[in-house]
Design a protein around this ligand. Sequence first.
Ligand code: TZP
Ligand code: MG
Length: 210
Amino acid sequence: MTKHDILLYFIMGSNNTLNNPEDILEEAIKGGITCFQFREKGENALSGSDKHSLASTLHDICHSHGVPFIVNDDVDLALAVKADGIHVGQDDTSLTEVKRRCPKSMFIGISAKTIAEAKDAQDHGADYLGVGPMYSTSTKEDAESPIGPQAIRQMREAGVTIPIVGIGGIDETNAKDVMNAGADGISVISAISKAPNVTEASASLKRRLT
Ligand code: TZP
Ligand code: MG
């Protein structure tokens, strides 16, 4: 995984869109997303074989376009579908346990909110950090209060050098501020999954990043 892979990191589960998630993913890929995370969580989330089946389908779409496919917080599923990566939060499976269970080729992302969490993840070999919420968001039911791009700047000043992607409430109006604070990319759910024109929204966000 390189810093380039997380430039425009799209996250989605079946409950983040009123449309067909396969179509949304195809359209987002056309618009230039560089990475995709399957995050099947919250109200009406799929489970069991339905979750597995959607993961496989979305993985196939990613692979046919050379887009890395990452699974959120489900090591069994990541292993079962041979995902390219796994993303875990601070309260999910520990980094040590994820590393023990997953092949070395699978990259690992960790959510971090504080400098201590970021440094700890870096010291334990995380491949990238998801830092947020940058701004207020209604997408994550249990999201904490926003920490702003300043949190990324402070992590950089404290010696965090691994790739960082900002998350939470990011859209066209604030994406550049997140990059300017030291992020290598942005991750978004609703700015893409709920856009009236998914391809155009993705392309437009990407233009803001460089
Ligand atoms: N983690 C922190 S904020 C968030 C997650 C998964 C939700 C991001 O969704 P949106 O719609 O891009 O604000
Ligand atoms: Mg979590």
